[in-house]
Write a protein that binds this ligand. Structure first.
Ligand SMILES: Nc1ncnc2c1ncn2[C@@H]1O[C@H](COP(=O)(O)OP(=O)(O)OP(=O)(O)O)[C@@H](O)[C@H]1O
Ligand SMILES: [Mg+2]
Length: 317
């Protein structure tokens, strides 16, 4: 991180009156911001964020992916780790600190820009806590301030949030229009939904449009209706009726996930890569490859996501 002698604390832009440092129409500017969030780790936030943003770009949308994690795993998913664009989150951290517009890395894939995360974000939680100490809860709008100036450039903005990091989760919640909550079916992962529920209400005070779009089962058997029923009941108990389960799950496919991350490719990119060799379109008995099945999961989830978005937007209009 660069030393900056000009910098004064608290920064002059920060005041308890958020409306003095956010444009009045800021809520309109974040209508296409979707965060993947769950207080627990290892439930698919990063994998799903990267694949959804990548699919949006591949489908002609101008997409932005924000990696709000000190782990910086989006760099592995998209294969830019240790490349020239990988500043480990330094530019991101500096934007928040100074209240300046985010400066994404451009065209990490055609149509996909990325706000790079990584170890430089390790201090973000304490920075936010001190901001809150200075101005109160309005400081949780610090990411909105940096995002709003560039948001009109994008059709979709996806935020990958960190696990067990209350200040950064609050920041993400106050900057998002919609939440997708990925979860595994085990008790610990489902407990993460409780954390989301608690913080959701607080975030609504600053960001009244915030909604849970849906809960997404991750790394689960595709055909298990008993698991699905059980999770649906528990989701309802924790989040009420506001959070439907996505129809499709991300099927369990650990080996493919590992291969994708090692190669820095999204699932549909792996599929393309493999199908040249494996696909015989004329064979009616040909079984789908596990990569095709996983790619179809993401296609189905993305399609349902687009449909949900359209429904919410038509209701809001
Ligand atoms: N379809 C899948 N089946 C099984 N495992 C998967 C699948 N897709 C991804 N994984 C693996 O699951 C693990 C957790 O995924 P991921 O990193 O996306 O979760 P996360 O919620 O972002 O975790 P963290 O909270 O640590 O950031 C990773 O090791 C990933 O490679
Ligand atoms: Mg992650």
């Amino acid at each position: 991180m660069s030393l900056d002698t000009e910098y004064v604390w608290p920064p002059t832009w920060l005041s308890p009156k958020a409306h003095s440092w956010l444009p009045v129409d800021w809520l309109d500017q974040i209508q296409r911001v979707v965060a993947l969030i769950n207080g627990k780790g290892g439930v698919g936030k990063t994998t799903v964020s990267a694949n959804m943003a990548g699919l949006a770009a591949a489908n002609g949308q101008h997409a932005l992916l924000i990696d709000a994690n000190a782990q910086g795993n989006i760099a592995r998913e998209l294969g830019y780790r240790k490349s020239a664009i990988d500043d480990k989150g330094e530019a991101f951290y500096e934007s928040i600190r100074r209240g300046r517009p985010l400066e994404p890395a451009r065209d990490v894939r055609p149509g996909l820009d990325v706000v790079v995360g990584g170890s430089e974000l390790e201090g973000l939680g304490s920075l936010l806590n001190s901001m809150v100490g200075v101005v109160g809860p309005a400081a949780n709008l610090a990411l909105a301030r940096c995002l709003v100036p560039i948001a009109p450039d994008y059709d979709l903005i996806v935020i990958d949030s960190p696990p067990e990091n209350a200040p950064v989760e609050r920041l993400v919640l106050t900057t998002s229009r919609y939440l997708i909550v990925p979860t595994k079916s085990d008790d610990a992962s489902l407990d993460g939904l409780g954390m989301v529920a608690d913080r959701f209400t607080d975030a609504k005070a600053l960001n009244p449009d915030l909604e849970i779009l849906g809960v997404l089962l991750f790394a689960t058997g595709r055909g298990s209706s008993a698991i699905r029923r059980d999770v649906a009941t528990r989701v309802k108990a924790m989040l009420g009726d506001v959070a439907p389960l996505f129809d499709r799950v991300v099927g369990h496919a650990e080996k493919i996930a590992k291969e994708a991350r090692t190669k820095g490719k999204l699932v549909f990119e792996l599929e393309e890569h493999r199908l040249d060799r494996l696909r015989n379109p004329d064979d009616p008995n040909r079984r789908k490859t596990p990569i095709e099945e996983l790619a179809e999961d993401y296609d189905g989830i993305y399609a349902q996501f687009c449909q949900m978005l359209a429904e919410h937007e038509s209701t809001a209009a």
